[in-house]
Ligand binder design. Structure first.
Ligand SMILES: [Zn+2]
Length: 363
């Protein structure tokens, strides 16, 4: 449900900012050429390719530290893909040195949490607030930016913008739903739907653990360490995006289809203190999910009811309402001694949560 949009706006850096932008163009070009030439030398000796990280040059060439480090990282990625492109399709041509005479003056940057942008400014790494003309009056958080200069010395920023689906007040529906949050299934709904924790997410998480272990074995400051660190950071980012996308999708669906959404007010912080549960809870992304449900519901005119976490949702029979007592976690199915109804532990809890939400709302 996320739409990535790009748009380009004019910006007006101060003289000081202009200088730093030009320096960044220069550093990116210098790094590209240096890494390219070092890689060629390395290849002639060892018959394999090795691209030095920007960080590995920073000791000797301290001025590299002055500019936005992400810009250099993106240059490294570009160089890497230029090489792998060449190895795959040699007719594409060998990566070329970048000329000072015919420069392509631009650099790309990003930060994990995005760039704050308002009607007049955007905040960029190292540069600080840069004046912009934001005709579209879009404010919020931009994902990544490319800063460029035209041959006529005008400055522009291309912004990649991640937009949520457009939420608007929806016509009322009759359906009410209770959601039980779980670990194997992220959400079990009283209407019978289950949203599992993504298998691909699980796989990536165990991959991340492996890569992090590898990183901890490496010598800090070595080329291998830097490369591994970048790898871990990228995988981390990928997992975050993957989880968010999934949570967006299901919270979008649930808030579209239901008028009242009831769930337990989980004490996630408390759960996180319990080490055994902690990782799975963090993996499942419960708190993010609940936050998404809440703001989407609000924008669509739906209601989220949070039920006290001491409500014994798994102890009550959802048919007759009798309290059947605590059941250990391994019991997945049980029969009510009062009415004889058969219950799946999770659905039963979800139905109780739904009914409790309805009662609370009526009250
Ligand atoms: Zn019963």
């Amino acid at each position: 449900m996320n739409i990535i949009k790009a748009y380009k706006i004019r910006c007006f850096p101060t003289e000081e900012q202009k200088l730093l932008i030009l320096k960044t163009f220069g550093c990116c070009r210098w790094y590209w050429n240096q890494a390219l030439s070092d890689n060629i030398k390395y290849y002639e000796k060892n018959k394999k390719s090795k691209i030095n990280t920007p960080a590995s040059y920073k000791k000797e060439y301290e001025w590299l530290k002055e500019v936005d480090g992400q810009a250099l990282c993106f240059t490294q990625m570009d160089l890497q893909s230029a090489f792998s492109g060449f190895f795959k399709q040699p007719n594409k041509g060998f990566p070329k040195y970048k000329s000072k005479k015919y420069p392509k003056n631009s650099y790309k940057t990003m930060i994990a949490n995005g760039f704050p942008i308002d009607n007049e400014t955007i905040k960029l790494p190292k540069l600080g607030k840069v004046k912009i003309v934001n005709h579209r009056h879009k404010t919020g958080i931009a994902k990544s930016c490319t800063i460029s200069m035209t041959p006529t010395n005008e400055f522009y920023i291309s912004i990649l913008w991640k937009e949520d689906e457009i939420d608007e007040i929806l016509p009322k529906v009759d359906k009410e739903i209770g959601i039980d949050l779980g670990l194997t299934d992220l959400a079990i709904c009283s209407d019978g739907t289950k949203f599992p924790v993504l298998q691909s997410l699980r796989k990536n998480l165990s991959k991340l653990k492996r890569e992090q272990r590898n990183l901890s074995k490496m010598i800090k400051g070595s080329n291998n360490y830097d490369r591994q660190k970048l790898k871990v950071a990228r995988l981390h980012q990928h997992i975050t995006n993957q989880r968010k996308d999934y949570l967006h999708k299901i919270s979008y669906k649930i808030t579209n289809e239901n008028q009242v959404i009831s769930l337990e007010d989980l004490n996630v912080k408390g759960l996180l203190k319990n080490h055994h549960l902690a990782l799975s809870v963090a993996d499942a992304g419960w708190s993010t999910f609940v936050k998404m449900l809440e703001y989407k519901a609000k924008n669509k005119g739906r209601t989220v009811v949070k039920i006290d976490r001491w409500f014994p949702s798994s102890q009550i029979c959802s048919c007759c309402g009798c309290i059947t007592g605590k059941k250990p976690l391994y019991i997945r199915k049980w029969i009510c001694p009062e009415c004889g109804g058969t219950h799946d532990r999770d659905y039963n809890a979800a139905m109780n949560i739904r009914d409790c939400g309805t009662r609370l709302l009526a009250w």
